[in-house]
Ligand binder design. Structure first.
Ligand SMILES: [Fe+2]
Ligand SMILES: [Fe+2]
Length: 318
């Protein structure tokens, strides 16, 4: 049986032997990645409901997150704030960042479910996709539980971003879905790697960050490999469309990290705080560092066309 006739049982379109060989190699590649990541999930999975000591006291003198990641760190306003205000602000900013994570996890879970709807549930690739959804379910519960423990409401993106995302989560698939996911996952990952090691930070934030970093490593691997595979068949025009929508998505992810209400919670003048954030070169540098790996990867696969670059520059991601 030739490659073409064997594959013909799976797909009715007429293709050359070379095309089918490439498709089969991709499918095998997907299964191999799935097997590898499933093995990692067996070894490195946590249950935050029992692995975090939710009843532990919350020290009054510790920050909610690494202060250097705070949007006002390094500004004149930061220098004028009391230590108590800095602690409150970092707690609320950490909650806002987690709220953005929570928001994108809900989007991601829906995109993955749509992606595997037609696929064989026994394939390791699909098995891992289901495992990732289970991971994200636990993360969302964990983020929300941490906010409740700190007595902070779950922050959401601005109303129009929340509603625009309805379209994205309904139609995004393939390289767009996985590249968008990478943006949200990697910028959070860079921050949380600092939070988890920082002794100035609340123990609950550190534990949440440690669990998230541990389990997100396999999601990032999955998203990167899947993004590359999905692009194999993409035309130049399709890449341009993906690049543009990706630029818009990344812009909203980054600009949603800090909800304006966090400034009011710390007793600051919101307009003054927003001005300070907008001109805070230190914060922009941190964002560029946080997005660096993703930007480099997306550039290497040809997904950063001029309009996407313009938007990412506006968001201080490049
Ligand atoms: Fe997550
Ligand atoms: Fe994830």
């Amino acid at each position: 049986m030739t490659t073409a006739t064997y594959s013909g049982a799976l797909h009715s379109a007429v293709r050359t032997d070379d095309e089918w060989a490439a498709r089969l190699a991709t499918a095998r590649d997907r299964s191999d990645t799935g097997e590898r990541l499933l093995a990692s999930a067996v070894k490195k999975s946590m249950d935050p409901t029992v692995d975090i000591d939710w009843a532990a006291p919350i020290p009054e003198d510790l920050y909610g997150m690494t202060p250097e990641w705070c949007s006002l760190y390094g500004t004149d306003l930061w220098e004028r704030m009391t230590e108590e205000q800095r602690i409150i602000l970092t707690k609320h900013e950490a909650a806002s960042i987690a709220g953005t994570g929570l928001w994108f996890e809900a989007i991601l879970m829906q995109m993955i479910l749509r992606d595997i709807y037609d696929q064989d549930a026994a394939d390791p690739h699909v098995q891992f996709a289901l495992t990732e959804i289970a991971d994200e379910c636990r993360h969302s519960v964990m983020f929300a539980q941490a906010q409740r423990r700190f007595g902070i409401p779950v922050y959401r993106p601005r109303w129009y971003v929340h509603n625009l995302a309805r379209v994205f989560k309904a139609i995004a698939s393939g390289s767009l879905a996985y590249a968008g996911t990478l943006f949200a996952e990697e910028v959070l990952d860079m921050m949380q790697r600092d939070f988890m090691k920082d002794e100035r930070v609340q123990p609950i934030t550190r534990s949440v960050s440690r669990i998230h970093v541990l389990e997100e490593a396999r999601h990032i691997r999955f998203a990167r490999e899947e993004c590359v595979r999905c692009l194999e068949d993409s035309s130049w025009a399709r890449r341009q469309v993906v690049s543009l929508v990706l630029g818009v998505t990344a812009y909203f992810i980054i600009t949603s990290l800090v909800n304006d209400d966090v400034y009011a919670a710390a007793g600051l003048d919101v307009a003054e705080a927003k001005r300070a954030r907008r001109s805070n070169e230190h914060y922009h540098r941190m964002l560029r560092t946080g997005c660096g790996r993703t930007v480099e990867f997306l550039d290497s696969v040809g997904l950063l066309a001029a309009p996407a670059r313009f938007l990412l520059r506006r968001a201080h991601a490049i």
